[in-house]
Structures are given as structure tokens and as C-alpha cells.
Ligand binder design. Sequence first.
Ligand code: FES
Length: 404
Amino acid sequence: MKTISILVILALFAITTNAQEEKSYKTEKVWRVNFLNPALELELPTGNYSTFSAAFGIGYGGGYPDLTSGANGIIYIIAPFVDLQQKFCFIPGQYITIKKELDGLEIRRAYSICSSKESNAIRIGVKAVERGTFSVFATTELKVGDVLEVSPPEGRFILIPNTENHKNYLAFAAGSGITPVLSMIKSVLESESKSNFVLVYGNKSPDEAMFKKEIDTLRSKYHDQFSVYYTYTKANEEDALFGRIDKSTVNYVVKNKHKEVQFDDFFLCGPEEMINIVKADLLDKGFSKENIHLELFSSTVDVPKNEEKLEGETLVTILLDDEEISFSMDREKSILEATLAKGLDAPYSCQGGICSSCLAQIKDGKAVMDKNTILTDEEVEDGLILTCQAHPITDKITIDYDAV
Ligand code: FES
């Protein structure tokens, strides 16, 4: 009883503090939040979050044993999002970007939300990466009371649940690529009672598989709707496949185990090589590319640089936050690089052509991208560019960040 009282007080404190934070940062694109209490998750209201402000909590992996599988580097950030509901409302599959200054350097990292839409909370899983900067900080030093800046959710790798849907979904995820897929799975199972979900999940070993316990719990609870195939590259397990996710895995699931199922949508998330193999095989099997949704979690495949000669300067005009600024830039630089160098607060996260945070639209002029695995041909024709990958090739160019 005593514990409950303390938690309530802390929750109220969180509401007050964050209401003030919201006010101070009203005009900023990135919202500052304060991690207050590891146990705030217990205080989340269900069904109606209009009475809660944005109280953020943080919990370490050990505190949420149902969500981890022994990966000591995982933490959870929990956010009931209410006064900020409009800003922090998310669609399963989206991510937030965390901004933090470490050793004098600004670090931005994108983390997919792994909670369901119905949970009234934003959660992310951070796994420590060897020689990682933010992930190591977050899993060793970050503590309750520290301040991080968190962007509102964004991203185009999404599944919009609908209670009327009667669909068959198939997802291929590897490593931490499971995070956005987990949000999709939970959201579908919680809101689409007539839909089915099949997950193929690749890891080195069961111990490395993030959220394995939670996935297994979902499989037991929704055994009529949810099937899982684990595959491991360094562990021979009785109830799992062996090896990387490749064509044979796709065949096994699509042509063997579920050959009677007509899949409607595919979600691929993980390393680029896996995504390319699975996508190509699904296309070979006659599935439409419009139904194959993908998000890279790492890029290992070398992409040839564009063939344009990037010489000379371009007069670039940037439309950002209702302001217009023009300057001259070296074409060898990316438009994002040049924009940030001018001190403008352009949105970005990965800077590697993976996340789409830096999306903008060309209003006038032309640009080429080094790498684009996100935008469709139609979107590129409409002038959309990933500014972290784009170089101007005309004497003048106008880029509109506000249009997207
Ligand atoms: S910043 Fe991620 S795609 Fe450009």
C-alpha cells in the first residue's frame, strides 16, 4: 500500500514537470522529456489517456524479465503520451529519435517503438552494441532523472491496424529488426481478431533473441492467430531452423508450412542483405511489390555512387519551419550536410539513407541520391529526396522540408 502511494505521488510529479517542459519547448521540433521513475509503467491508465501528461519512465532489462531474453543491454523507456498525444501518437512500425550530447558531440539514434498502439505507452529496446556510443551510455550510465531529447514518432514502415481487417501477414525480422515488427504483431493480435500473423525471426542463438519471452507468451495466448519460426546461425535447437534467413526459409514458410495461405502483406526488417534476398524471392513467387514493406536496420551492401559529376557550387534555398534561407553549397556535400553546417535545425537521424527522417521535397531544380532504398520511383518523381543522400546537380535548387 505504501509503495502504491509513493508511485502515485511520483506520477503526479511527472505530470507537473512535463507540463512545464512542454511549455518551454513548445516551438521546438524535438521534445525534451525527463525520465522520472522506473515504475511509472504501473501507473498507466488504460483506455483513456487524455488525463495524463507525458511522463517518461525508464526500466532496466532485469526489471522487465518478460521482455528480455537475457540480453543485459536492453532497457525500456516508457511514455504515456497524453497532452502530447498529437505529437507522440504513433502507428505500429514507427520509431522515435533520441538526441543526446555525449563528450561534446551531439548523438542522434533512431529506435523503433516496440509497444502496441493499444498499450498507451511508447517503449523502445536498446541493446548495447560493441563500441557503440549511445547504446553503451544508455545501458550503463543512463539513470532515472537524466534528460534526453526525444522526437515525435515517424517512419514509413507501418501497419495500420483495423478491427475490420481479415488479413494474413508474414514478417521476416533479424536481430533488432524485431522491434517495429513486434509492435505490429501485438497491435494486430490485440485489435484484428480475424487476422493471422506469421513471424520468421533470425538470430545467432536464443539468448540473443530480443523479446523472445514476450513473443513466446504471445504465441501461447494467440495460438490460433500467431505462428513463429525461429532460425539461429550459431545454435542448433530442436524447435528452430538453422542458418540465416534466405530463399530456403522463405520456401519453407510460404510453400510448405503455410502453402494454403494467401498472404496479403509482408514486412521485412533487418540487415540489407537479408531484406534483398527475401524481397527478391517474394517477387519471384509472384507477390506484388506494393505488398512488400521493408525497413533496413543496417546497411552492408555497397551501393555504387551516383554517376553524376558533382563539381562546382549550387545556390540552394531551404524552406524549413516556415522560414526560407538561401546559401551556396558545394555539390560534393549532401544537402543535409550543407544545411546543418549553416546552423539550420533540419531533421535527421541515421545519416545513412535508412530511416527517412531527413525527407524533403524538391520544389525547383534537380538532385541525385547516393543511396535510396526507401523511396519508390513515383515518390522520387514527385521530387521527394533523402537529403542525407542527395546532392544538387543544377545551378539552383529549392528544397522544402515543410512539405513532407
Ligand atoms: S537521416 Fe536517415 S535517411 Fe537521411
